[in-house]
Design a protein around this ligand. Sequence first.
Ligand code: ADE
Length: 239
Amino acid sequence: MSLAIISAMDVEMEQYLEHCTLRASTERAGLTIHEAHWRGHDVALVRSGVGKVNAALCTQLLIDRYDLDAVLCTGSAGALDPALDIGDVVIASDCVHHDVLVDFMGLPRGQIPFTDHRFFETHPVLRRHALEVGLTDHRVQAGRVLTGDTFVEDESQRRRLRAELDGACVEMEGAAVGQVCAVNDVPYLVVRAVSDHADGTSNLDFETFLEEAARSSSQIVLDLLDALDTNERLGSAGR
Ligand code: ADE
C-alpha cells in the first residue's frame, strides 16, 4: 500500500523516522517529505506543523503527489474522557472541528456552513485493525476526536466540549486531515495518545508526557501497518 503518516511535531515524527527505512527526502511548501518503507508498504512521512491550516495543506499536497491508499494522522491529545490516562490511545471513530461555530444560522457546533460536513468518519478497516493492535501498558479505545486551533487547558472548556460533542480527546489537526481526505475520497485514520487532560495542568503535563504519547500512538500505527495487506485496496472513505 501507499500511505502517508502525518504528525504535527518533531518528537512525534521522530518515532517513525527511527523505525522506517528511509529512501529519499524532498522539500515542498516548507515541508520535508520523507519517502520510506515499512513492512512492505511505501510511506510518506511528514511533520506538518501544528494546527488545521498546516495539516490541511500537508494532506492535500501528499494526496496530489502520491496515489495514496490512506492517510494516517498521529500524535498527542488532551483527554476529554475522564477514564483516559496519560499514554492511553484513542482510535478516532470520527473527527469534528470544535471551533467551527456559526450560531446565527442555527447550526450545531462543528457544522460547516453550506455543506453537509460536520463529522468526518474514519475508515472502518483501518479503525478495526488499529483497535486490534492493543498495548501492554495502556488502554486503546475508539472515540470521537475534537479538533481546533487552540490548546485546551481549561476545565470549563474541557467539560463544555465533552458535553456538547461527546469527544474522547482534543487535538489540533485531525478534522482538517479528515475534511481534506473526505473531499478527495481518500481513506483516513487519526490515532492519538493522551499527553494531558485538557485542564489547568495541561501546559506542564504536555511537556512532560509528549514523548510518552508519541511512543504510544506510533506503536499503534506501526503495528497497524503490519496488519494491513500490502496489496489490499481499502475502498471508498467511510464505507
Ligand atoms: N494536543 C495535546 N494536548 C492538547 C490539548 N490540551 N489541546 C489541544 N491539543 C492538544
